[in-house]
Design a protein around this ligand. Sequence first.
Ligand code: UTP
Length: 300
Amino acid sequence: MTGPITTNTFRTAIVPAAGLGTRFLPATKAVPKELLPVVDTPGIELVAGEAAEAGARRMVVVTSPDKQAVVDYFDSRPDLEEALEKKGKDALLEKVRRAPGLIDVDVAIQEEALGLGHAVAQAGPVLTDEDDAVAVLLPDDLVLPTGVLSKMAEARARYGGSVLCAFDIPKERISPYGVFDVSDTDDGDVKQVHGMVEKPAPEDAPSTYAAAGRYLLDRAIFDALDRIGPGSGGELQLTDAVALLIEEGHPVHVVVHRGGRHDLGNPGGFLRAAVDFALADDEYGPALRDWLKQRIENVD
Ligand code: UTP
């Protein structure tokens, strides 16, 4: 008899949350953007749920000394739980207990916001011998519906190396993104990556596959991160370390996610996500829908 087939090739999810959040100033002077609520739930809880659902057992939150609240959010609050219990507020109690029960949380500190690559590198020392690969989830990028990490794990089980996530974007709207140079595999949703171009003009884009904030990275990435220098914006870029791995012959693939996405990193994208989630909410959806319809009729 054979055992269950497991494609779960990672147990640790790294969530970088040490950025300055400048696009969300002035709120981010005092509130980390990862804690801004989409309806009532912070973005970082949504990605923690996604990581747990994909089989991760532990989340390493990379944060800065002044953003400790991001990690505190995953601690339990017995005092609050007791107060809610006494009042019989069971639904709220369940919500309050959800984040601490989702996944084990460890912390790595990035003293200075020197870039996404630098943030991921700070998680290196807390990895164990079992971590042959790690998932990286950007908490300001919601990839919907969830499930792409499991497909990425399947691709790593098949091809080895590292697997990234891409969206197929119409060519005329490709310019704001990092775009992959790819070739086909026998699976229409999995492409081999040969390189990447940041923010190309539509006519220079090597494909219509744009990068999203989900990565399943072979442990070799940490060695590559040690060997890159500052890139775009003077920051240590994760994509430069991935490019180095490709140059050195490591297999890198993308899974094309056929779904939606919300960018929580700027007020416009965040508002869209909040409206999208609120419309789907049993409690707030119906009234919001009616109000929005009326409000939109009155827009000039
Ligand atoms: P972003 O570029 O979206 O976040 O990085 P940011 O730098 O905070 O935002 P702006 O550009 O100033 O508005 C994606 C994720 O990577 C983290 C961020 O916290 C965010 O979750 N990050 C970014 C770090 O942890 N460290 C960094 O040095 C940069």
